[in-house]
Design a protein around this ligand. Structure first.
Ligand code: SIN
Length: 276
């Protein structure tokens, strides 16, 4: 695809591009927004360096791509309910995104994308891994593709959010965490490519087969979708930004920097129901 308003530098064979020579902390032109949207569909995840966002500029950037979501389990800071703090330090007992996942896939309409800005990064480590759902689907055998055709899976926030709340000392006894059913194989709304939409963080059951079979198939699919050859790894610097498409990639945050601090914030853009 040709780009006139953006300078893009591809980072790996299946996914990821760095966008250079752009200041996303300031208002953007229609041409820049249009091409960022196209590039997100083409590369699945876009990276930017040296973007000192504050909450307002991060939200303005996010709103170019849709309405912002509010996280179902973690409240935002005062006056910014759409901001999800991403923070770990020597007192942390857990971090966001320690398992492979696609953000909030337990929502009926999972988020289109997420935009993470880190202002503080550890001296070493704290990378984020991304894996292409399309590369994972395309590498399945024709027999397995045929088996998965038409199947749906339940995605639930129960285990992940209950664990988080227990570790941070929040009583969620009366709360019902979201769950949703999605096709196992989705069609990407921008690129039209098929993607394997199951993840270790939220997917709990393939609905049309017996439970033991669902467990075995899900374990195989999680492992397959996490293969290193479908992945890329992003090394953060202060004021780097990652903008990923949750219908194109899943991701994992590596917690190898304890007791150092890694800190920033995420906004999440509302999506739509996923089509098979
Ligand atoms: C997340 O899952 O949004 C966190 C990703 C990260 O901290 O790298």
């Amino acid at each position: 695809m040709a780009y006139e308003a953006l300078t893009l530098h591809r980072l790996s064979p299946h996914l990821g591009a760095e966008v250079r020579d752009i200041d996303i902390t300031r208002p953007l032109s229609n041409a820049q927004v249009e091409e960022l949207h196209q590039a997100l569909g083409e590369y699945g995840v876009l990276f930017f360096r040296d973007q000192p966002f504050d909450h307002d500029s991060q939200k303005r950037f996010g709103r170019y791509f849709g309405e912002l979501d509010i996280h179902p389990n973690t409240p935002g800071p005062d006056g910014h309910p759409e901001i999800l703090p991403i923070h770990a330090d020597a007192n942390s007992k857990r971090i966001n995104g320690e398992r492979w996942h696609s953000d909030v896939s337990c929502f009926q309409a999972p988020p289109l994308g997420s935009i993470l800005h880190l202002h503080t990064v550890p001296p070493l480590g704290g990378d984020t891994l991304f894996a292409s759902l399309a590369a994972a689907y395309e590498a399945l055998s024709p027999q397995l593709k045929a088996y998965l055709e038409g199947l749906t899976a339940t995605h639930s926030g129960e285990r992940s959010y209950r664990r988080t709340n227990r570790l941070i000392g929040v009583d969620d006894a009366g709360r019902v965490h979201p769950s949703a059913v999605h096709p196992v194989v989705i069609r990407h709304p921008i690129s039209g490519r098929r993607g394997l939409y199951v993840n270790r963080g939220f997917t709990v059951r393939i609905n049309e087969v017996p439970e033991e079979e669902s467990d075995a198939i899900l374990h195989y699919l999680w492992q397959h979708a996490e293969r290193p050859d479908f992945q890329m790894r992003f090394q953060w610097q202060p004021n780097s930004v990652a903008f990923w498409d949750n219908r194109a990639v899943q991701h994992l945050a590596v917690w190898d920097y304890y007791p150092n601090t890694r800190s920033g914030s995420r906004v999440t853009i509302k999506g739509q129901r996923l089509a098979a």
